[in-house]
Design a protein around this ligand. Structure first.
Ligand code: FAD
Length: 457
């Protein structure tokens, strides 16, 4: 453990994915960490009805796990997804690799497994104590004291002031308390879409009923279905649908309407989801929000990070990856041993612009996944992009590659991606096959626009 000297005690609110990993990083720096978590201990009690929900972890998230020695174990439980498998309404399949080759892939991992693993590893440092059923309801930024409701006993108590990290997710109580601090601003933009999780069970003998190593997408304009593989052979599907409108959660209000809709739009998926009606009507509908706020800190006492500071919509698969990267950046600053106030100020300066960039890219990717992934022009542009990635290694890069397979700041990925996208679009004009792309012209554009920009930054 790097910090063997024992330092002060600090408090983390929320033992979700980011809070648990952060606790581990802080413990390794020598802090004694008390984590207050609203939920029961999911290692002992079944929560979320025991459903299997997964998420995609990529280079940034894996790097954060590697720094604390957890990557190898996590990868044992992950399923590589090497590309998108697009399902048309007729059930035809089109495959688009994510990167220049199979080494560039994202990974499907069980959210519950990862959270339990991180909590256990954090506690194993000997410096982290996670207290469950402890809901923070009020923060006094003058004294730093907390009001905590103990959901097990029904009692409310005050806890002494310590340095406080708010990792309590998109609806963060800590962030809401910061609303009272002069100069604090926050915006929450709800997406007009909700989501519902459904399950494609494993086939006989635990067999995967669709391609295992892909993220499956059924893009349909204003709505879409996606599916990620699980270790046990099942897939977790997520249906993204507007809340209101002609095809929406509001309009699919009877089993007959739901079944007819799936039969028309997702017939191949419908055939693989035996409990469609039950699951759709019994499971909760989730909402998605982009949260932007500033500042992320109150002096040297409180810092919000992860979704509490910057919740984003899930369409780039980066919310957790970004929160894990927060932990790496904070850890680097702690390594320089500054005052908390300086560490927090530097953290915000380094991260805020990048969190804003991935928030915007996630919304743009939603539009791309929903509207375009099925269109011939999109497929052509993706193929041209892949040709350029292979033909100009080290010179041509795509936004997706930079976000998912590199650790360059998200802001830079955003800007470089815009230039790269423009080049692909220009080269695709009038083409019907990616093989016919004019490589000489491509070289001129890449060396004229992209390479100088990257050198400058
Ligand atoms: P959370 O995971 O929300 O954890 C917050 C914790 O704080 C919880 O344990 C909660 O119980 C606790 N808490 C809340 N309030 C209090 C309180 N008052 N007192 C005490 N404890 C409290 N990200 C990816 O990187 N890849 C993906 O593929 C991906 N897919 C997603 C799919 C969907 C449908 C959604 C909605 C999100 C997805 N994300 C993905 C985003 C990812 O889930 C979040 O970014 C991530 O969970 C953020 O972690 P967190 O620890 O900041 O917040």
């Amino acid at each position: 453990m790097p910090g063997t000297e024992t330092k002060e005690a600090v408090t983390v609110v929320g033992a979700g994915l980011v809070g648990s990993l952060l606790a581990m990083y802080l413990a390794r720096r020598g802090y004694s960490v008390e984590v207050l978590e609203r939920r029961p201990d999911m290692r002992r009690e079944v929560i979320d009805a025991g459903r299997s929900i997964n998420l995609a972890i990529s280079t940034r998230g894996l790097h954060a796990l590697r720094q604390v020695g957890l990557e190898a174990e996590a990868l044992k439980h992950a399923i590589p997804m090497r590309g998108r498998m697009i399902h048309s309404a007729k059930g035809e399949l089109a495959y688009q690799p994510y990167g220049k080759d199979d080494s560039q892939h994202i990974n499907s991992l069980s959210r519950a497994w990862l959270n339990k693993f991180l909590m256990t590893e954090a506690e194993a440092t000997g410096r982290v104590r996670i207290r469950f059923k402890q809901r923070v309801t009020h923060v006094d930024f003058e004294t730093g004291s907390l009001t905590v409701h103990d959901d097990a006993t029904g009692e409310t108590r005050r806890e002494e002031g310590r340095v406080l990290f708010g990792t309590d997710g998109s609806g963060s109580a800590v962030r809401q308390e910061m609303d009272r601090v002069p100069g604090f601003t926050a915006s929450q933009e709800q997406l007009g879409h909700g989501y519902k999780e459904l399950t494609i069970p494993a086939g006989p003998g635990g067999a995967f009923q669709m391609e295992k190593h892909a993220l499956h997408i059924w893009p349909r304009g204003t709505y879409m279905l996606i599916a990620l593989p699980n270790e046990d052979g099942s897939f977790t599907c997520t249906l993204f649908l507007p809340w209101k409108g002609p095809v929406s959660f509001e309009s699919l209000d009877t089993p007959a309407r739901l079944e007819a809709f799936f039969q028309e739009q997702f017939p191949d998926a419908k055939a693989l989801i035996p409990d469609l009606v039950d699951a759709f009507f019994s499971r909760p509908t989730g909402s998605m929000v982009t949260v932007k706020c500033a500042p992320w800190r109150v002096g040297g006492r409180t810092l919000v990070l992860g979704d509490a500071a910057h919740a984003i919509v899930p369409f780039f698969g980066q919310g957790m990856n970004c929160g894990f990267e927060d932990c790496v950046v904070l850890d680097g600053l702690l390594g320089r041993q500054g005052r908390w106030e300086d560490v927090f100020a530097d953290f915000e300066r380094l991260r805020k612009t990048n969190a804003d960039a991935i928030a915007d890219m996630a919304v743009e990717n939603f539009i791309e996944m929903r509207d375009s992934t099925g269109s011939p022009r999109f497929l052509l542009e993706k193929a041209v992009e892949k040709t350029l990635l292979n033909a100009f290694p080290g010179e041509f890069v795509s936004r997706y590659t930079l976000v998912s397979f590199s650790r360059v700041p998200y802001r830079l990925a955003y800007e470089v991606g815009a230039i790269a996208g423009g080049i692909v679009s220009e080269l695709s004009e009038g083409l019907t096959r990616a093989e016919d792309v004019n490589l000489e012209r491509a070289g001129q554009l890449i060396r004229g626009r992209l390479v100088p920009f990257m050198k400058e930054h």
